[in-house]
Design a protein around this ligand. Sequence first.
Ligand code: ARG
Length: 572
Amino acid sequence: MIDFKEQIAGLISANTENLTKEEARDMLEIPASGEMGDYAFPCFRLAKAARKAPPLIAAEIAESVRSAALFERVNPVGAYVNVFLAKEVFLKSVLSEIAEKRDDYGRGDIGRGKKVIVEFSSPNIAKPFHIGHIRSTVIGNAINNIYAFLGYDTVKINHIGDYGTQFGKMIVAYRKWGNREDVERDPIKTLLSYYTRFHAEAENDASLEDEARLAFVKLEKGEAGETALWRWFRDMSMKEFERVYGLLGIEFDSYAGESFYSDKMERVVNMLNEKGLLEESEGAQIVNLEKYGMAPALITKKDGSTLYITRDIAAAVYRKERYDFYKNIYVVASQQNLHFQQWFKIIELLGFDWAKDCVHIPFGLVSLDEGAVSTRAGRVVFLEDVLNRAIERTREIIVEKNVNTDNIDATARQVGIGAVIFQELSSNRIKDYTFSWEKVLNFDGETGPYAQYSHARASSVLRKGGASAEKALNAPEKIDVSSLKGESACELARLIYRFPEIIFDAAEKYEPSVVTRHIVDVAQAFNKFYRDERVLTEDAAEKEAKLALVFAAKQVIKTGLRLLGVEAPERM
Ligand code: ARG
């Protein structure tokens, strides 16, 4: 595909003193509306060196590049040079590229040979996989897909929370009040009820906490009774998690969770010691981070047991040795910002220069229409219930709206799950947001169902177009694009052309919502084009060209959705 930015930058820099092509490229902007051209070049920055007013420079540049075959028009407007690409050249370039690349349109190779770890989801065993965890799961999965699409060799890690003092509590609670059959029937909810009871009773009986501490120390030492119980809790919980991942269509390369590091922490504690980083504080060992404006990090407790942060340090060291990562990404809620700042600093203090390659990708809180999500208060909403409810509701809508489908179960699942994922990825990840059924399943809003519906509509047009579409796609150089010069066709083509850049931008910002928004833009532009123009006309050349554009729109929506982890049904 022609890199238009590169071409324009080349022409402008060749005709402007003291301006390299790279500088010109960086300065080029994409105007908010097509009326101001495909690209705009601002001249403010050139004024000082040239000792001329920006509008004068703009006029001179416009004059000097105007005759290039690449351009239809070049207009100086104020301090800007507005560039309108020759439509035929542009349309042909875009359509050929997609016809040729299809599912690979937008794929990149900047990541070749670079290993990127994406750690995400990481729920805690014997605790609910709640709506709060969906954010890490869905954002992390999308970031992974985007990086993989750009050629990075990604490793998806689920750092399961399967270790820590809470398991001491769980063991004690189970031994006191537990019942095997109840747990087997409904593991997480039952274990959670014991855990809640533990907290309630521990308020009046401090000895429970001591018992729990002891049980955890035994677990850390690998004593048989405690280990067997813990392993059983873990296996039961994992089965539930796997059901949720199955619904979401998400897989991991590794489930090395916190317990995986239980035999790797001594080494870390020794390293910290050798570097003189550990201080004793009331029997516990800490790293003092006062100099860096942070609270101290607690590495081992008085009884010698280790902590969440100790395991994170051990995990990072292990991952560097095992994978030699280029980047080590953690998709974890913003409530844990301090935790990550603390241990990234500790890695740096240990003298590891790869501390700079560890990235925390935070995200905001989810709340529900009904109120906030909290394990302690018992107002928990289980993710699995949310997903199943989304599927159920979608099924009702499908029946009610008489949606075209040959497999109602499959479509209800694809659309219901897709709707939840899409909404999760709709706004900037850092924003807090409220989960609302109204918004999630709206088929007309900027939603998953709307994007999927647009995709299915494009698919249906292509089916009706039959052989004409194939003919155009197999010989794109022969497409006569003259029928695509209308504004809605051009606007759609512009958005399609921008797709590879969008993916790149999303990766750089670790921001899947950049892709989500672009999908909505493309879907809207496609629907506008479809309203404005008759695609299946009698004129063969016109029909082929229009179908090639419909195919391009379908392809971008499909690839975009796939990167987000959302399926794109052919019919609905
Ligand atoms: N299990 C933790 C939680 O649910 C998240 C783990 C995040 N990852 C990490 N490496 N600390 O809050």
